[in-house]
Design a protein around this ligand. Sequence first.
Ligand SMILES: NC(=O)c1ccc[n+]([C@@H]2O[C@H](COP(=O)([O-])OP(=O)(O)OC[C@H]3O[C@@H](n4cnc5c(N)ncnc54)[C@H](OP(=O)(O)O)[C@@H]3O)[C@@H](O)[C@H]2O)c1
Length: 449
Amino acid sequence: MRCTPRPGPPRRSAGKVRGTLSSGTSEGASRFWERHPEGDRAPPRACEKEPHHGDKRTLGQKTLRPELAEVIGERSGRTAVRAGCRPPIATDESVELRCGRAHAETASGWFAWRALELERAPLAIEGRRPFGPYDGHMETTVLGRTGLRVSVAGLGCGGPSRLGQTQGASEQESIRVVERALELGINYLDTAEAYGTETIVGKAVAGKRDGVIISTKARVRTTGGDAVNPSELRSRLLASLRRLGCEFVDVFHLHGVRESEYNRCVSELVPELERLRADGLIRFLAVSEHFDNEPDHRMLRRALKDDYWDVMMVGFNLLNPSARRYVFPRAIEKNIGIEIMFAVRRALSDPEKLRITIGKLAQQGYLDSGIDATNPLGFLVDNGAAESIVEAAYRFTRHESGSDVVLTGTGNITHLEQNVHSLTRGPLPQSALDKLNELFGDLENLTGN
Ligand SMILES: NC(=O)c1ccc[n+]([C@@H]2O[C@H](COP(=O)([O-])OP(=O)(O)OC[C@H]3O[C@@H](n4cnc5c(N)ncnc54)[C@H](OP(=O)(O)O)[C@@H]3O)[C@@H](O)[C@H]2O)c1
């Protein structure tokens, strides 16, 4: 069997559409198939027929739709394919299906999806190969106009943890976090010169570069506060490439840009970014906001009026969903890839920090005084919507229309595994989303840090 990308512009992920369906049931899956013909999916790969199986590949009693088969990885000389199945396989149904040279993995997870391994199937994914054993759970999407096929979970190598470096992890321990992320199907790694983790990322991806999408960043001001000029920007990128051990980065950001700095970035640094692209040192132009200072997305609102940016990094979480108003609609319209940061951060991973944050909001009159100040998000867990607040927070960001890659930042492998699981689960129930919207839907003045 040979799979080739289907021509045509990248489309938005079907993940958003799935948000409207009940997950985890055969009924939900059936509706998925009825309502979402292949045109609703991120670009499927048109696969030639398997000689043994004619138009449809039958696995046990289940019938696959080969036109929806999508190559997602490679392991031990086999190609992992994700494919639609009818009748759908229910969530948590554990089956081993065999037919000719194909067999399904016994993965549980999203209702209608299964990882299949088809022997001797060559890969062709935008000329690049996703790396790592596919564990049956990771979903991928297309990062806006870049056309890059990315895992919906990305590894954030900065944040409070910096791969564990801020808690005293050894370099080897941090490298292991990155390796585990790749094993779990993450192919998107976000780092920056400022995080001190580029060398770690470089060592973890050595020999595997082709399958990994590397995003890094350069600040637009020196530590002394001077503006970085174009030649310095180039030097900074070259230093990042040396640390990463790479010839190019896929997504290169101007890091933490404030609104007041934006015009200068456009007039002085964007032309240099274009030269770096022409020189083959970067593939796509990106900008990340200074969410701590501008939780209302002032810089990005300005940047969305321009056409320079292929990718934007946005702060978005259930305590401050204002990107829903200010960023996502325009980004979707312009097909700009969106990476989410601050999905959990401190307030949503530390109960004490959450209580303090909510207490302050209530005092300032932003919240209904009736909110349970001792356990403000308890309703998410008590009503069974999620197993933990952290899980709810990641699922909240993952299923927002406009969100492509949700970054998870951790130095803890157990947390990483939990977070990948959360990010590949379905959306929160509508009742939980409604309550969150009622409580925090209008907020735009905090970060959750
Ligand atoms: N302006 C910018 O460009 C900018 C700014 C900030 C961040 N970023 C990028 O965005 C990425 C994501 O942000 P972030 O690192 O703040 O990520 P995050 O995923 O929102 O939060 C990370 C924090 O949550 C904790 N955590 C993660 N999983 C947990 C779990 N299952 N249970 C309990 N605690 C958990 C982590 O501690 P543990 O280590 O203990 O798990 C860490 O303190 C960064 O790594 C960076 O790449 C960019």
